[in-house]
Design a protein. Sequence first.
Length: 277
Amino acid sequence: MGTAALQHVIQSVGLDAEEAKLYIAGLKLGTSPASAYAKNTGFNRITTYNQLEKLTKRGIFSAVRKKNAKWYQPISPEKLSIEAHKNAESLERVLPDLRGLMGNHHRTPRVRYYEGAEGVRDVYKDTLSAQTDILNFANSDIIRSFWKGYDKEYVAQRVKKGIHLKGIAPDDDAGRKVQGKDKESFREIRLVSVKEFPINNEINIYDNKVAIISFSEDETEVFGVIIESKEVAQTQRQIFEMAWRFAALGEGARRKEKIDAKEGVAKIRKDQLIMFE
């Protein structure tokens, strides 16, 4: 990866462009005075010194005195990664408080559009921030055909974060297989007739959001949409609740059919035995 790409990644964890450039320079230089950093980066000495002092106060750099001057050294990339995770966790803890600050002027629905396979993975990633159950309409077979590592990469993360999922899926081999692993996957799936309700796309309802994913055999045509609106999410929850109750009735009827079929087979066998007595 080139220096410009590395700098971009480092900026994503909270450093500005100048700070990221100084951090990369520090990894190359090791413990060095501000003058060496200025020469390496092309910054003037005053800017370099002020930025290094700021980074030292933030714990990104450490400073020691040598030869009557301050020498600076950046923390290791591993420690920088740990600090970035700490910052992300701190932000996640205060998200409810930050959301509480949003007044009625934020009621206009926010719509985000995502294209391609990577874009759709970003939609899934957003669902992992859910503070509520995820209510889900999906086709178990289509999802796993699209994303081979779905269970190991996505489901495992959802379980780790303690996010429960209630889902409705077609009653096919894939749906029954997934339903069989509900307990370990921290979810509850109800199945509906695959002929009447094939469910070729996916909908996830969580928090004040509705995420819609449209699948296609051509990965370039796959896309996702996240609608952020309390009112839209509430309506979709009500629709899901109706479908959830309907799915329960369907499962109950299918269980009764299986029981009746078993009892019918048993009766036939009993009648046959009587005939041969």
